[in-house]
Design a protein around this ligand. Structure first.
Ligand code: B4P
Length: 182
């Protein structure tokens, strides 16, 4: 089974939900940059203070900050992993490629979760996190289109992209993803 995975997709597509489920069942390290940043905010660290306002506006936290977080976790880990919500732009993707080369590791699959905007917005509004109000959600979608969507072509060119229909129940989507990893 493939063990070095990226989860890509718009906010609210269910990356975190599916990534957590799969990481638990397969014993992979689940690295969610969103969760790690929210933990820093909750702890009131210097890093969290820097990230808090940026996240509340629905913008991307600085590449240097996110990269430092990912590097420290991957450096200390030798087994399989699943990166959820990272990379989010081409700079982060290039930096990840460099880091993985240093670690002699390779991405085995990029799971692209695809879902209509109307369903995304509905899911996020019912989640109700601090950054889940209509104005911020619409800005996050714009940031996704401008900065993250170019990664679809980036990973397609590298023959790593596997699109998944992200509508349906959590179990249905989980089964679609599992079928891609065999
Ligand atoms: P993230 O934490 O990555 O969150 P997300 O994209 O909003 O959500 P995700 O797709 O994981 O959806 P989820 O499973 O939760 O990002 C938040 C912020 O952190 C960013 O805006 C940015 O500021 C910052 N950030 C993170 N990574 C960064 C990086 N690399 N660089 C810079 N900044 C970064 O699902 C959403 C909801 O739908 C949940 O309520 C869930 O229960 C529900 N749901 C899931 N699957 C469902 C299903 N099948 N049916 C119905 N509901 C479902």
């Amino acid at each position: 089974m493939k063990q070095r995975l990226l989860f890509l997709g718009p906010p609210g597509a269910g990356k975190g939900t599916q990534a957590q489920r799969l990481a638990e069942s397969q014993g992979l390290l689940h690295l969610s940059t969103g969760d790690l940043l929210r933990a820093e905010v909750a702890a009131g660290s210097a890093l969290g203070k820097e990230a808090e306002a940026v996240m509340a506006r629905g913008e991307l936290v600085s590449d240097a900050l996110v990269l430092a977080i990912v590097r420290s976790r991957l450096d200390a880990h030798s087994g399989g992993w699943l990166l959820d919500g990272f990379p989010r732009n081409v700079t982060q993707a290039d930096a990840l490629a460099q880091l993985l080369e240093q670690l002699s590791q390779q991405i085995e699959l990029v799971v692209l979760m695809e879902l209509d905007d109307a369903v995304l917005v509905q899911r996020l509004l019912s989640r109700g996190r601090a950054d889940d109000n209509e104005e911020v959600i619409s800005h996050r979608l714009e940031v996704y289109r401008q900065q993250t969507e170019p990664l679809i072509a980036y990973y397609r060119e590298r023959n790593l992209l596997a699109p998944v229909e992200a509508a349906g129940t959590v179990e249905q989507i989980g089964a679609r993803i599992a079928a891609l990893l065999a």
